[in-house]
Design a protein around this ligand. Structure first.
Ligand SMILES: Nc1ncnc2c1ncn2[C@@H]1O[C@H](COP(=O)(O)OP(=O)(O)O)[C@@H](O)[C@H]1O
Ligand SMILES: [Mg+2]
Length: 229
């Protein structure tokens, strides 16, 4: 369970600091698939980064299984991120000099896992293990990034606009991989998007605007085939 209470964060902005997270409170159950929806600049990425311990907040608490991660020091935070979290970014962030397999192995190593070979097959990268990221399509790169995240065997998978750089057909495939994997492994998945259609895939939709949560909606998830784009 992830329990967020009265979260505030601001950025310097001349005389008037810019409130990027403005009193965010939120509860996420284990195994839930949450989509955070909102226009560009509404604070979605900042919220995701805060929940995963990548960025500090001004005030408020973020409890993961009863431990407030805003109170952890740097090395405790690193351990928290290693043990509990993995991240998939819009722009992949692969290591360009490492092969597909080496990139994925890096995720596994971080968490001390040895069994990452089957993940390569699950995301459909078998036969491409020895390629470099530059020798892959955008969809394949995103699958490497997904496999690297899954190789950590996270409890919580954070995805920031994971299909934002992909065409529709490839984007749908990636979403299907993400959701199939989440159903199989049972981890919590928190995905940020500005695409209203993608939100229909979630168990729960959180709507953000100007740093605030403006709505929390339970949803009967549709399938990737059912949604528009
Ligand atoms: N490092 C930063 N310094 C200053 N302002 C920032 C920084 N990162 C984000 N912002 C501002 O915070 C607001 C929210 O950004 P972000 O969380 O990236 O929104 P979203 O992901 O919803 O597009 C935006 O107004 C953005 O310009
Ligand atoms: Mg963003």
């Amino acid at each position: 369970m992830l329990k967020i209470k009265n979260l505030f964060k601001e950025y310097e902005n001349g005389e008037n600091p810019l409130a990027v997270l403005n009193d965010i409170s939120l509860e996420i159950k284990d195994g839930e698939f949450i989509v955070v929806l909102g226009p560009s600049g509404s604070g979605k990425s900042t919220l995701l980064n805060a929940m995963s311990g990548l960025t500090a907040v001004k005030s408020g608490t973020i409890e993961n299984d009863g431990v407030d991660i805003t109170k952890l020091n740097q090395s405790e935070l690193t351990l928290f991120r290693r043990k509990y979290t993995a991240f998939v970014f819009q722009s992949y962030y692969l290591m360009p000099v490492l092969t597909v397999k080496q990139n994925i192995k890096m995720g596994a190593n971080l968490a001390g896992n040895k069994d990452y070979e089957e993940i390569i097959a699950h995301v459909g990268l078998k036969g491409k293990e020895n390629r470099l990221p530059a020798e892959l399509s955008g969809g394949e790169r995103q699958r490497v990034s997904l496999a690297r995240a899954l190789a950590k065997r996270p409890k919580i998978l954070f995805c920031d606009e994971p299909t934002g750089a992909l065409d529709e057909a490839t984007g749908r495939k990636i979403l299907k991989y993400l959701i199939d994997n989440q159903k199989r492994e049972g981890y919590t998945m928190i995905m940020v998007t500005h695409n209203e259609n993608i939100a229909l895939l979630a168990d729960k939709i959180i709507r953000m605007n100007s740093g605030k949560i403006v709505g929390v909606f339970p949803n009967r998830p549709q399938t990737v085939e059912e949604i528009g784009w």
